[in-house]
Design a binder for this molecule. Structure first.
Ligand code: UTP
Length: 308
């Protein structure tokens, strides 16, 4: 049973996590496992994202799955035999951690069918979401829990009755990897009005250095726009294209961007994933000291090797 927004006093209670991409940048690791299940320190990436949604007040999480969905759904189920073994051994610490993943939120699953693009995956959530605003969180973008972005986005959505995307300044040479926003400033230093969006532009075409990162607070009108969408870049139904329709004035309400200046870890390609593990590893309570010493030693060895 899902929790109706009016009963909680919150405007956004549902989160959608699309996890049906092919993860080609991570092959062969993602041949039989979604990239959202790759571990970051000691938890699969998707668990961080479900935790983030729960921390922002969402108790109803819909994960859109593709092939290999069993891995994902098993992770959020309870595992009585594993829990009984840990109980028998008196390993309460690990038992609590195993428990935690099945108690975060009410997690639902939906098949995308075919990986026709992020816009298509979000469109599949229509029946579950209904006529409400909802959050979309991408599982390969981790936002540090010390820098709460989604809460701020929901606040801006409520104040301005608008669709809200998360933006981050990126170097010019990296903008072709992201959706990019044309914007006007507002009186709030971290909020901009989005006037257009373009998916993965060349540096010459890019209207700004503001990249769309994987958090969105969407109003239900997005579903009609997605239904009318033509395939875009790469032949896929792009969420950026649907948002561009709203930003350029085809919706009742405007699109705003929250400019995020906190810690974000991209985990969608190999180098970024390794960096994310190190960055979160050195901050980890149990592993931090050991890992930090090792990283410093490694850096010294690499520096010496370079100067040889
Ligand atoms: P990406 O483009 O980063 O994911 O999609 P991908 O296609 O799996 O990655 P590569 O480029 O092949 O390595 C962004 C997000 O949208 C989801 C992905 O799972 C990821 O979280 N997605 C993408 C879907 O759910 N369905 C799709 O059809 C495409």
């Amino acid at each position: 049973m899902s929790i109706a927004p009016e009963s909680t006093g919150r405007s956004v209670t549902k989160a959608v996590i699309p996890a049906a991409g092919l993860g080609t940048r991570f092959l062969p690791a993602t041949k039989a496992m979604p990239k959202e299940m790759l571990p970051i320190v000691d938890k699969p990436a998707i668990q961080y994202v479900v935790e983030e949604a729960a921390n922002a007040g969402m108790r109803d999480v819909l994960i859109v799955t593709g092939r290999n969905k069993d891995n994902l759904s098993n992770h959020f189920d309870s595992v009585p035999e594993l829990e009984a073994t840990l109980q028998r051994k008196g390993d309460t610490d690990r038992l609590d951690r195993v428990h935690a993943s099945s108690e975060l939120a009410e997690v639902h699953f939906l098949r995308q069918g075919q990986p026709l693009g992020l816009g298509h995956a979000v469109g599949r959530a229509r029946m579950h979401v209904g006529n409400e605003s909802f959050a979309v969180l991408l599982g390969d973008d981790l936002i540090d829990e010390r820098d709460p972005l989604l809460t701020r986005m929901i606040e801006v959505h409520d104040q301005r009755e608008a669709t809200v995307v998360a933006l981050m300044e990126v170097p010019e040479e990296l903008i072709h990897l992201y959706g990019c926003a044309a914007v006007n400033a507002t009186a709030d230093p971290d909020v901009v009005e989005v006037t257009a969006l373009v998916e993965k532009p060349s540096p010459a075409e890019a209207p700004s250095n503001l990249a769309v990162i994987g958090r969105y607070v969407l109003r239900p009108e997005i579903f009609d726009v997605i239904d009318r969408l033509e395939p875009g870049r790469g032949g896929e139904y792009q969420l950026t294209d649907a948002l561009n329709v709203l930003a350029t004035g085809d919706g009742d309400r405007p699109v705003y961007g929250v400019v995020f200046r906190g810690r974000r870890y991209d985990t969608g390609d190999r180098a970024s994933w390794i960096k994310a593990n190190l960055l979160l590893g050195v901050d980890n309570e149990e592993l931090g000291a050991e890992l930090s010493d090792w990283v410093i030693e490694l850096a010294e060895q690499l520096r010496a090797r370079r100067s040889d």
